[in-house]
Design a protein around this ligand. Structure first.
Ligand SMILES: Cc1cc2nc3c(=O)[nH]c(=O)nc-3n(C[C@H](O)[C@H](O)[C@H](O)COP(=O)(O)OP(=O)(O)OC[C@H]3O[C@@H](n4cnc5c(N)ncnc54)[C@H](O)[C@@H]3O)c2cc1C
Length: 247
């Protein structure tokens, strides 16, 4: 049976209209970057729980999640209403296989995110292992508009620390913004803009690709990667594609 422990909100950030981060204290079991926990609140006498990836690296004491308030969703609007000092339920045991120990070595690691899936990569990028194992790490973040490009300070710190081997590639789909790619990851990959912007190629020979977030992005982009000779990674049959669906 799932074991729940009580957590306490320490900090709340509101990034834009419906985008939030919560930092909280809870004595969960040790986790690996890329894993998720489950958060829950009592709603009308019932404990309503949903999975959320850790944004913080495993060595941080404070836990953090990044999420959007889904209008009419049972849990996320209630999470968005929490304030510092409030309590929430946190599953004691972390979960998930979207972690570097499940990923084979390659020269380049492409991390593709839609929306709040950015968070899981911030946890991974703030571990030593990621910088030791891959020559280049590329973070591709697809959002509707620039105001959804959260965590710019944390990303700037990564850029400053790993100047030559980190690429941050934001893409806005509903706004033509200067200095970022416009459209969707799928189109930017298909027409070559993504690789031109990165000044690196994405091939079965040199890359592993992680995809996280919206199921349509994951399906469509994976299909393009397959045409490049890449395949889903499995322990028994190593490949080049690792995915985690949020919705
Ligand atoms: C392994 C895993 C990890 C996850 N990690 C995160 C995370 O770190 N951050 C996060 O924001 N969400 C994450 N999610 C989604 C999250 O668990 C909830 O589904 C989401 O917060 C909405 O909860 P809800 O109860 O309000 O609505 P739900 O009943 O869960 O969903 C209502 C509707 O909202 C859609 N939806 C769910 N999540 C999103 C989203 N992120 N953006 C847009 N539409 C969505 C669903 O497809 C559904 O149609 C994760 C999901 C999984 C399976």
């Amino acid at each position: 049976m799932e074991q729940w422990i009580e957590g306490k909100i320490v900090e709340k950030r509101r990034w834009s209209d419906r985008l939030y981060s919560l930092r909280f204290e809870a004595q969960v079991e040790p986790f690996s970057a890329g894993q998720f926990t489950r958060l829950a609140l009592e709603i009308d006498g019932e404990r309503v729980a949903r999975p959320y990836s850790f944004v913080n690296p495993p060595h941080d004491n404070l836990l953090e999640v990044y999420f959007n308030e889904v209008v009419d969703g049972p849990l996320s609007p209630r999470l968005a209403a929490l304030q510092p000092g409030d309590n929430l339920w946190v599953s004691a045991r972390p979960n998930g296989f979207f972690t570097l120990d499940q990923i084979p070595d390659s020269e380049n690691l492409w991390m593709l995110a839609t929306g709040t899936a950015l968070g899981v990569y911030l946890s991974i990028l703030r571990t030593q292992e990621s910088w030791q194992r891959f020559r280049n790490l590329l973070l591709v973040h697809n959002v509707p508009s620039r105001d959804h490009l959260s965590y710019r300070d944390e990303i700037s710190t990564l850029q400053a620390t790993h100047e030559s081997n980190f690429r941050y590639l934001p893409i806005t789909s509903r706004e033509n913004a200067e200095g970022v790619l416009n459209g969707r990851i799928l189109a930017a990959l298909e027409d070559g803009r993504l690789e031109r912007q990165a000044e690196l190629t994405l091939s079965a020979e040199n890359s592993h690709v992680m995809l996280c977030g919206n199921i349509n992005m994951i399906k469509e982009v994976s299909a393009v990667l397959v045409t490049r000779g890449m395949r889903k990674h499995r322990k028994k049959e190593p490949g080049h594609i690792t995915t985690e669906k949020y919705h």
